[in-house]
Design a protein around this ligand. Structure first.
Ligand SMILES: NC(=O)c1ccc[n+]([C@@H]2O[C@H](COP(=O)([O-])OP(=O)(O)OC[C@H]3O[C@@H](n4cnc5c(N)ncnc54)[C@H](O)[C@@H]3O)[C@@H](O)[C@H]2O)c1
Length: 354
């Protein structure tokens, strides 16, 4: 591993001699190009929760460069790879275009995960998602266009659907009317990616995630509940009515789906919902967290929020149709409740170890 250098593409040729694929000549991709093996891959946000799990998986048979500004990501999530010659780490911000172009250059593919994922924040700060999500994605696309890198996978979100009238919500549901600035920013990113693919013969995979949970989680309802219950094991503040019902997916299932989609679909732009087949409400999540922490008789104090929502921009019901990716051959191993249980256990262990 070398920090702030561009060595992985070079290493890639040495370490995977004979396996390198010329990714710039054929379009759409051949099967060999689609296989994530022997490739040189840039993962933005690779020090984050989902990104670090993706890096674990991709490094099994690819050279991986992570670009991250460590705003929420953690070096310890990548610790085990720091000595791996197929791994490089660049500490940089996506808004630093020169650093980004250097990082993108020579790669076979980009997994673009870096973003500000805090949905609540948009109600207080109206610029953050525009800059960190939309402008950052524009920078990535420009860097790819200028350096001839043509394949991008992007982590979008269920929030692009807003308050969908159809649940489970399929990928072709419309009109897409997000109710949070975060959802709006991700939908803008999707639009930019699709139009770049069309205009500059690039190829993309857009994942609309349900809520992803698991080991190394640093934000979201589980982290919030565990933190609050550690501070006060007798009472738990629950944002909203507790009846918000959403679909959850375990992070390793999520990473498998991301890779599966790239390896098994070949349209210029491939959009997939990624989630589980069911949903769980916030009060049930609180029950699971309290139980796993060995607490009984916890008093739940509901804030009522905004008409039962946790915050402005929170949706009451979210469940995605995953028929499209299931038809392709991927299935989640765990449902929402199983994912929550496994994630709480992992997070309690994570925190105990720190
Ligand atoms: N976790 C979920 O449930 C969920 C659901 C839907 C979509 N997503 C999307 O998946 C992606 C990963 O989410 P996560 O939960 O792992 O979040 P995370 O905050 O753990 O990861 C984001 C990473 O990006 C880095 N980063 C942020 N802004 C950056 C910038 N300007 N330049 C460089 N690096 C930057 C952070 O340091 C962090 O490592 C995000 O795009 C998020 O919007 C997540």
């Amino acid at each position: 591993m070398q920090e702030n250098t561009q060595k992985s593409a070079g290493n890639h040729k040495e370490n995977y001699a004979g396996k390198c694929i010329e990714s710039k000549k054929n379009y759409p991709s051949s099967d060999a190009q689609k296989t994530l093996e022997g490739k040189s891959i840039l993962v933005t946000g690779g020090a984050g929760f989902i990104g670090s799990h993706l890096v674990d998986r991709l490094l099994k048979n690819n050279a991986v460069t992570v670009l991250d500004n460590f705003s929420s990501g953690k070096k310890e999530f990548l610790e085990r790879h720091l000595q791996n010659p197929n791994f490089s780490l660049i500490t940089a911000d996506l808004l630093d275009y020169a650093a980004l172009e250097k990082a993108v250059s020579g790669k076979d593919m980009v997994f673009h995960l870096a973003a500000n994922p805090d949905v609540k924040l948009g109600a207080e700060n109206t610029r953050v998602h525009l800059e960190q999500n939309v402008l950052a994605t524009y920078n990535i696309l420009e860097a790819m266009r200028k350096t001839g890198v043509r394949r991008i996978a992007f982590t979008s979100t269920s929030t692009v659907y807003g308050e969908a009238a159809v649940v489970p919500t399929p990928e072709d549901y419309g009109p897409l009317l997000p109710i949070s600035l975060y959802g709006a920013s991700k939908l803008s990113c999707e639009a930019l990616i699709s139009s770049y693919c069309h205009t500059f013969e690039m190829q993309s995979w857009i994942y609309r995630f349900a809520n992803i949970v698991g080991e190394r989680g640093t934000h979201g309802v589980l982290v919030d509940f565990i933190r609050k219950l550690r501070q006060n094991p007798h009472e738990l503040e629950i944002l909203g009515s507790g009846k918000q019902s959403k679909s959850y997916l375990e992070v390793k299932d999520c990473v498998k789906a991301m890779i599966y989609a790239v390896e098994n679909s070949g349209e210029p732009t491939n959009v997939f919902n990624i989630g589980s087949r069911d949903a769980i409400d916030v009060t049930r999540i609180a029950d699971i967290v309290a139980e796993k922490m060995g607490l009984v008789g916890v008093n739940y104090r509901y804030t009522g929020g905004v008409n039962g929502r946790g915050w402005k921009g929170d949706v009451m019901i979210m469940m995605l149709s995953i028929d499209k990716i299931e038809r392709l051959g991927w299935k989640p191993e765990l449902g929402s409740e199983g994912a929550i249980e496994m994630a709480v256990e992992a997070l309690l262990k994570d925190q105990a170890a720190r």
